[in-house]
Write a protein that binds this ligand. Structure first.
Ligand SMILES: *Cc1c(COP(=O)(O)O)cnc(C)c1O
Length: 368
């Protein structure tokens, strides 16, 4: 009996390389792209362990929970870490990064998250890349939550290590990710005696055994289901057009923000300035006296398919996230998410205007 995803023939090296080329095209990059067969934390950790070493000084920009994880890895590598932490309701500015670099001229590595799905902000990478490049540090970007949701141009922005994952705006599987690696980054890793080798975390192994060998033979059996999933989601983006896909995410974010403001009931955008709000997900601050996790549970009881989650950790009481990404970046999902949150707020005794929210969504994101 045939099965949709069992008994598949092995994925060939040529097929693997073709998927890699399509990912490179998605990122408009001429750099080497390494597809990593694991969730995006795999290449993120690989980049840090390859790029940082004892004696390094790293500027770690913390605009959400992932930045905290990077700081822990950097310290674990023996690097001296300068944390630049900004409040989660805002973005970091290029001026703040420039100031930190000027205060610590020895900084040779910078880690930054582009968009933060967990806190709903997005950082101005083009401007930040300019100051990092002027300083000469290696620049690592976590673009997992921005790829497909907003413009992402690692080459133009001077990003040396750009990590993406398929599971957010690309609408693909979580078990596959990729990183584009600049020539400078390869040199840094090759010169780092502490860089992982003969390890699943090793990007250098992939360079040596796959890229430098002309992509003729894969170092180990590829995770074919994930690779086929990655190929399918890239094909779908190519078909719709990357610009159309990112525009759909921008509209979903703008409409969610406007709709939440019109809804009332004390609900407010968590990210103060709309310019700092990420297209991938919109975070909302719930009114005092309510509990975000309880409101989300109530809203999802009516429709478990809605992309609503409470904030993680300490944010679980105060923040609702609307994960309007991938197939959920639609007007319909935005409308039903706001209606469900509105109903939960109303049941908690708050005055909401679901009609006004509906109008605000339609005005912000008109249907054509
Ligand atoms: C989603 C995401 C990741 C991947 O982590 P998961 O929690 O496993 O989804 C990494 N970085 C950022 C910025 C993300 O948004």
């Amino acid at each position: 009996m045939t099965h949709p995803f069992l008994d598949l023939p092995p994925l060939t090296a040529a097929h693997f390389a073709a998927i890699e080329r399509r990912v490179a095209a998605l990122l408009a990059t001429e750099q080497d792209v390494v597809i990593t067969q694991g969730e995006a934390l795999l290449p993120l950790e690989g980049c840090i362990r390859g790029g940082a070493r004892p004696g390094s000084t790293a500027l770690n920009v913390v605009t959400g929970p992932y930045g905290q994880t990077f700081g822990d890895w950097l310290r674990d590598c023996g690097a001296h870490v300068v944390d630049l932490t900004v409040p989660f309701h805002t973005a970091v500015t290029a001026a703040q990064v420039a100031e930190a670099l000027a205060a610590h001229p020895e900084i040779d590595f910078v880690s930054l998250v582009h968009a933060e799905a967990a806190t709903g902000n997005t950082n101005p990478v083009a401007e930040i890349g300019e100051v990092v490049r002027a300083h000469g540090a290696l620049f690592m970007l976590d673009a997992v939550a921005s790829v497909g949701a907003e413009p992402l141009l690692p080459d133009a922005w001077g990003v040396d290590l750009c990590v993406i994952g398929a599971q957010k705006a690309m609408g693909g599987p979580a078990g596959v990710s990729a990183v584009s690696v600049s020539e400078r980054a390869w040199e840094r890793m090759a010169a780092n005696p502490a860089a992982p080798r003969r390890s699943y975390l090793s990007l250098l192994d992939w360079k040596e055994r796959w890229i430098d060998g002309g992509r003729a033979a894969l170092p180990h059996a590829p995770a074919q289901l994930e690779m086929l999933g990655l190929e399918a989601c890239v094909a779908r983006i190519e078909e719709e057009g990357l610009e159309t896909v990112t525009a759909r995410h921008a509209s979903a974010a703008a409409a969610t923000r406007a709709g939440a403001q019109a809804l009332g009931g004390g609900l407010e955008p968590y990210v103060h300035d709309s310019r700092d709000a990420a297209p991938v997900a919109t975070t909302l601050r719930v009114p005092a006296g309510t509990d975000a996790a309880a409101l989300v549970a109530h809203a999802r009881a009516a429709d478990p398919a809605l992309p609503l989650v409470a904030g993680g950790g300490a944010l679980s009481k105060e923040m609702i996230r609307v994960n309007h990404y991938g197939p959920d970046a639609t007007r319909g999902t935005v409308l039903s998410s706001l209606a469900a949150v509105g109903a939960a707020l109303a049941d908690a005794g708050l005055r909401v205007d679901i009609e006004a929210a509906h109008r605000a969504v339609s005005e912000t994101w008109p249907s054509r």
